[in-house]
Design a protein around this ligand. Structure first.
Ligand SMILES: *[C@@H]1O[C@H](CO)[C@@H](O)[C@H](O)[C@H]1NC(C)=O
Length: 236
């Protein structure tokens, strides 16, 4: 009987496995805004120069196929080079209320490389209150305001760098859909390269097509599933 109860408790514990995101003491938190983008460009945190310490590995950057990683010194495909955003920097759903992904972020407004590779638990408000994402900062943006996360979502609009997806995927000039905002329907996600479609669909399925939802963010330790994709970790 005792064993049966112990076993039952163990099974219950495993089934309800709750990922606890460890808050970073002294980390950043606050209320913020979100937007979305996918410009195909090598992200800023993929430059060694933009990473906090010399022994940290920058975010992976990829060849034209978005799969093979390149040396961090290869110039961006948005600046005459051949390095692009890796396809696996797109978001994915862990379940109906939790997603993982990446973003360009700024805390003070403008380019902010000192938060490269930090992770945040983002609790959405507005239309999708109750849903959260854990997001790693992989990029910066001169066009970002303070406490602003520009979530990396394929087909979410190329923004100011309008040539990257054209160079990488032969996407229409200014990208798929509108330059700002991207595709307008779930079906249009199927006009993207196959490797990028799941991240585009994430916007319509997990995020319920919420348009730039507000959120509250808290800095957390990066889950290993995220580090496994970006290649970048603040922890030694
Ligand atoms: C989603 O997964 C997280 C982490 O495992 C868990 O805490 C949460 O309860 C899950 N939500 C649902 C609706 O299953």
């Amino acid at each position: 009987m005792k064993y049966a109860l112990a076993l039952l408790a163990l099974v219950a514990a495993v089934l309800s496995e709750d990922i606890h995101f460890e808050t970073v003491v002294g980390g950043r938190s606050g209320n913020g805004k979100t937007t979305r983008y996918w410009d195909c460009c090598k992200p800023s945190c993929a430059w060694k120069e933009n990473i906090r310490t010399r022994d940290m590995k920058p975010v992976n950057t990829c060849a034209k196929n978005g799969r093979n990683t390149l040396s961090p010194s290869v110039q961006s495909g948005c600046n005459g080079g051949s390095a692009y955003m890796c396809n696996n920097n797109q978001p994915w759903a862990v379940n109906n209320t939790l997603g993982y992904g990446f973003a360009a972020a700024s805390f003070a407004g403008g380019v902010d490389t000192n938060m490269c590779c930090a992770c945040f638990k983002v609790d959405f408000t507005d239309q999708i209150a109750g849903k959260s994402m854990v997001i790693q900062v992989t990029n910066t943006g001169s066009d970002l305001s303070s406490n602003h996360f520009d979530i990396a979502l394929p087909g979410g609009g190329v923004g100011i760098f309008n040539a990257g997806c054209h160079n990488q995927w032969n996407a229409p000039w200014n990208g798929w859909g509108d330059q700002y905002g991207g595709v307008k329907s779930r079906n249009e996600c199927y006009t993207l390269p196959k490797d990028l479609q799941s991240g585009c669909l994430f916007r319509f399925d997990f995020l319920k097509n919420a348009n730039n939802p507000g959120m509250r963010f808290n800095q957390v330790k990066c889950p290993r599933e995220i580090i496994a994709k970006s290649g970048c970790s603040l922890d030694p």
